[in-house]
Design a protein around this ligand. Structure first.
Ligand code: NAD
Length: 463
């Protein structure tokens, strides 16, 4: 009999469910079931496997409102965001259902025979999921893993397991066979480490912090597992004096305060050309006032609470006196939004300006609704500042000069950049990091490669 943990609604601080804390034996049993389910899953004709995945997508659509409400109750994210993310889950499953019979091998011109390639499934995939986008990130791994013929064991974050558990039920309802998609709840230090080390797990698809990603990679090395890592970020919006400043400033809150800033792609540094900093800040203050914080089930609210009390303390720590620079000066906020009274792990949207590039809050991933506004002089200075971080996940370039936008996009070391936009994630395009933001690509057709191995077969035809 497993122990249980109580899942809390971060907006009300009330308990919403009790979920089992699984141990090592239960993790091993899930891996064994996954291994056993593999051959039959791969034997299903491609068009039928695609059909099952489409039915799964349709189940998600039919239960979209239930899933969105569950995600909001568990994570505290604004209901509009949860609805969008659940909509994306269905799109991801449709997209990869369409890829089942299109992930083709090649014939290669060689001497003495015929050479061909196959994309072979890896076997059992383990997906380790963070708490900030629980259902969306689960689907990013489930979609390509199932489409390429793997079975998958999902380990959700301890505090946000509810939508992954429901997703697995919907997969069964859609006719996906038992054992193909399982969810094992429990601690990262038990279930997560076991999955990373397990000899029968062929690949770990990890999304989470850089620190834990490093540990997962080390553990996976024992059995030479395939590993993809989607890790932290400290992304920059680079705003030039020739940009549409009104649009850039109005878009800043969405780029950093969405999901209460608990977003690996959060543009938590706004690099602004010195000549327009004052005007930009004026416009930004107005935009921050409009970024309403409150009950996340209210569709007019833009931002809910932090996911846990402990995480709120971490975020607060970045603004504490002594965080500023080598001399330890205070970090003072330039503009702050309002938060509700009463229960809930609230934290106001916060603009720190001007921030020094050396301050801890300007260098480390805060994972909360805090943006550091840092002035720059010219293009060269902007590139230097944007790249002055061990991370390389995403970022934005705001300018009306097309050539400059391309020069900047090539010069910034990040896996996902947008020009005059803060959009980082689309079902059809690849997503992933450079530098210590990780490696491997999710979404798009690119993800299929990291859930399969290329096998080369040569058939001699001469004599
Ligand atoms: P985390 O690293 O603490 O935990 C992520 C998952 O790993 C959880 O399921 C956890 O239980 C598990 N885990 C913990 N220790 C483990 C271990 N030793 N071995 C195996 N598994 C272990 O991350 P978090 O706090 O849940 O999420 C926030 C982080 O995720 C941020 O750094 C954020 O940038 C990152 N993130 C990255 C992306 C991306 O796509 N790049 C997306 C979302 C979140």
């Amino acid at each position: 009999m497993s122990d249980t943990t109580t899942v809390i609604n971060p907006a009300t601080e009330s308990p919403i469910a009790d979920v089992p804390i699984r141990g090592l034996d239960e993790t091993d049993e899930a891996v064994a079931r996954s291994l056993e389910a593999g051959p039959a899953w791969r034997a299903i004709a491609p068009a039928d496997r695609a059909r099952l995945m489409r039915r799964f997508a349709a189940q998600v659509e039919e239960h979209a409102e239930e899933l969105a409400q569950l995600e909001t109750a568990n994570v505290g994210k604004a209901i509009g965001e949860s609805r969008d993310e659940v909509g994306m889950v269905a799109e991801v499953l449709y997209f990869y259902a369409g890829a089942v019979d299109k992930h083709r091998g090649a014939t290669v011109p060689v001497a003495g025979g015929v050479d061909m390639t196959f994309h072979e499934p890896l076997g059992v995939v383990a997906a380790i999921i963070p708490w900030n986008f629980p259902i969306a990130i689960t689907s990013w791994k489930v979609g390509p893993a199932l489409a390429t013929g793997n079975t998958i064991v999902v380990k959700p974050a301890e505090v946000t397991p509810l939508t992954a558990l429901r997703l697995a039920e919907l997969a069964l309802d859609a006719g996906i066979p038992e054992g193909v998609l399982q969810v094992v709840t429990g601690r990262g230090s038990v279930v997560g480490t076991r999955l990373a080390e397990h000899p029968d797990v062929a690949k770990v698809a990890f999304t989470g912090s850089t620190e834990v990603g490093r540990d997962v990679m080390a553990r996976a090395s024992g059995t030479i597992k395939r590993v993809t890592l989607e890790l932290g970020g400290k992304s920059a919006s680079v705003i030039f004096d020739d940009a549409d400043l009104e649009v850039a400033a109005a878009s800043t809150p969405g780029g950093v305060f969405a999901n209460a800033g608990q977003d690996c792609c959060a543009r938590s540094r706004a690099l602004v050309q010195r000549s327009v900093v004052d005007r930009y800040l004026e416009l930004l203050s107005k935009a921050v006032e409009g970024w309403t914080v409150g009950d996340p089930t209210d569709p007019t609210v833009k931002m809910g609470p932090m996911v846990t009390a402990a995480h709120r303390r971490v975020v607060e720590g970045f603004l504490a006196p002594g965080m500023g620079g080598a001399d330890g000066g205070p970090v003072s906020a330039y503009a702050r939004g309002a938060v509700p009274e009463g229960p809930g792990y609230w934290f106001p949207p916060t603009v720190v300006a001007p921030a020094e590039p050396g301050w801890r809050m300007a260098r480390e991933e805060i994972f909360g609704p805090v943006v550091a506004v840092i002035p720059f002089d010219d293009e060269e200075d902007a590139i230097r500042l944007a790249n002055d971080t061990p991370f390389g996940l995403s970022g934005s370039i705001w300018t009306r000069d097309g050539a400059r936008s391309l020069r900047m996009a090539r010069a910034i070391q990040a896996g996902n950049l947008s020009v005059n936009s803060n959009s980082s994630v689309r079902v059809q395009t690849s997503f992933g990091g450079m530098k210590q933001s990780g490696f491997g690509r999710e979404l798009g057709l690119e993800a299929l490669a990291s859930y399969s191995d290329v096998k080369n077969v040569f058939v001699a035809t001469d004599g």
